[in-house]
Design a protein around this ligand. Structure first.
Ligand code: SAH
Ligand code: SF4
Ligand code: F3S
Length: 459
């Protein structure tokens, strides 16, 4: 029987969470986790389709695994996640040695499908329904029914992600997520509170609620409608828990009651990821984002007024269909004036089947996309550095995550190392300290600032 499983994860936090839950379920079912592809009997890729680049990576890894499969025919290879849901046939055409293809709404079935694949007769496929294949309720059920309704117990950790919502109904024209993750569905608040209670009882200090547009959370399972602000209120009561985060927010749904909750609830972090995508009204309209740049700027103002000192962060797509130099300059201006803590910047990647790919030409040349990407990143870095410099000489509370990237790269060992952690407003802080501090909240005096990192010493 195959026993050792290696899971490789691409994509967003939703995929990272799915992989964590799957790893826990596999261990409960008697599997072991392997540290590398070559050390495993089962190699699983949890994939992302949001940009072409993410898909290319998986196809080239699958190509390399052909050898492994030739040498050890018993090896089971699985493609899970968003790409599986989107491109099942293409995966088998390009990589006939794949044994399992499992969509993101069916991940909980993976342990059983591995057993079946080991018994021969394959390939095995588990996908959720296509969005256009049935009623909304039928399609939604095909995603939610196979989720971990009673999540397997994950190893105790100081930080944990918790699913608040499945799917997305916003249908931004460039985006593949609504089709691969299915209809928007909210997990009942009761279940979320119970899971967070369990995590906190196991020593978890910080939870991050996940949803593609988590501020559109609305649970009707208790007879009334519970909004995200209500859910945060309930979670704030959980003893032992110290920090609550939630991602990602949609600008059009950043309500006053949510901002008031962030201001008033002591455990809710003053950190708001609210992707703008563009600063141009024409581009936003073609993206079907449902707001104008002016509305977005007003929203930033409301955040700053209600929660002074809150860190707002954003995502931007450069080189979207028809984006002119003047459109791009409006995005640059938004980044300059928006004062985001940081922004993730992506070059537009057309996704076949999305409205943008069908309606508009991908007419911004690659080198222009690259130039705009670099230019916007440089502006954001300058903004980030200026904001970070204000922390020099201040004491901040840091949840220690473990050895810093540098410490890991240099292979530092011993009880005293360079550690890294995050402030409540999600700033990365690096300092020297005993490794035993991992998972604890400590005070750090900031001495130096870079665009994405603050450096300091234990206070
Ligand atoms: N639900 C979240 C995140 C979606 S995917 C949200 O609405 O913000 C994360 C980011 O990937 C998006 O915010 C967007 O900036 C980027 N993205 C999505 N589709 C893309 C595409 N086709 N090309 C380039 N970037 C894309
Ligand atoms: Fe994609 Fe828009 Fe939904 Fe985000 S809100 S997942 S960008 S469709
Ligand atoms: Fe990618 Fe799926 Fe997340 S497409 S960004 S892994 S929801």
């Amino acid at each position: 029987m195959p026993r050792r499983v290696y899971i490789e994860t691409l994509g967003c936090q939703m995929n990272v969470l799915d992989s964590e839950l799957l790893a826990a379920a596999l261990q409960e079912a008697g599997f072991e986790l392997a540290g590398a592809r070559r050390a495993a009997d089962v190699v699983l890729f949890n994939t992302c389709s949001v940009r072409q680049h993410a898909e290319d990576k998986v196809y080239s890894a699958l190509g390399r695994l052909k050898h492994l499969k030739d040498q050890r025919p018993g090896t089971i290879i699985g493609v899970l996640g968003c790409m599986a849901q989107k491109d099942c046939e293409r995966i088998f055409r390009r990589a006939p040695h794949v044994d399992l293809v499992v969509g993101p709404g069916q991940i909980s079935r993976v342990p059983e499908l591995i057993e079946r694949a080991a018994g021969g007769g394959g390939p095995h496929v588990a996908l959720s329904a296509d969005r256009s294949s049935g009623s909304r309720a039928e399609v939604a059920a095909s995603f939610a029914r196979a989720d971990f309704a009673a999540p397997p117990s994950r190893p105790a950790a100081p930080q944990a992600m918790v699913r608040a919502m499945f799917g997305c109904d916003n249908f931004c024209t460039y985006c593949v997520v609504p089709s691969v993750r299915g209809p928007e569905q909210c997990r009942p608040a009761r279940e979320i509170v119970a899971e967070v209670r369990r995590l906190a009882a196991g020593g978890c200090l910080e939870v991050t609620l996940l949803g593609q547009a988590v501020n559109q959370y609305a649970d009707t399972s208790e007879g009334t409608t519970l909004q995200l602000s209500d859910l945060l209120g309930r979670l704030n009561e959980i003893s032992g828990l110290r920090r609550i985060r939630f991602v990602t927010n949609h600008p059009k749904s950043m309500s006053d009651d949510l901002l008031a909750a962030v201001r008033d609830l002591d455990k809710v972090c003053p950190y708001l990821h609210v992707p703008a995508q563009s600063g141009s009204d024409a581009v936003l309209a073609r993206m079907k984002r449902g707001y104008t740049a002016g509305f977005y700027r007003d929203m930033l103002r409301r955040i700053a007024e209600t929660v002074p000192g809150a860190a707002a962060t954003s995502d931007f797509i450069v080189g979207f269909c028809g984006e002119t130099e003047a459109d791009f300059e409006q995005t640059v201006d938004l980044v300059r004036k928006g004062r985001f803590k940081n922004s993730f910047i992506f070059k537009y990647s057309p996704r076949p089947g999305t409205p943008a790919a069908e309606r508009y030409a991908d007419d911004v040349p690659e080198e222009v996309k690259r130039r705009r990407n670099n230019e916007l990143l440089a502006v954001q870095n300058a903004v980030s550095l200026e904001a970070n410099k204000r922390f020099v000489g201040r004491r901040v509370e840091v949840l220690v995550e473990g050895p810093s990237k540098t410490a890991r790269k240099r292979g530092q060992t011993g009880p005293l190392r360079q550690l890294s952690g995050r402030t409540a407003c999600d700033r990365i802080v690096v300092f020297d300290g005993p490794t035993a501090l991992a998972g604890q909240l400590v005070e750090v005096m900031i001495e130096r600032a870079e665009p994405v990192t603050l450096f300091g010493r234990l206070y």
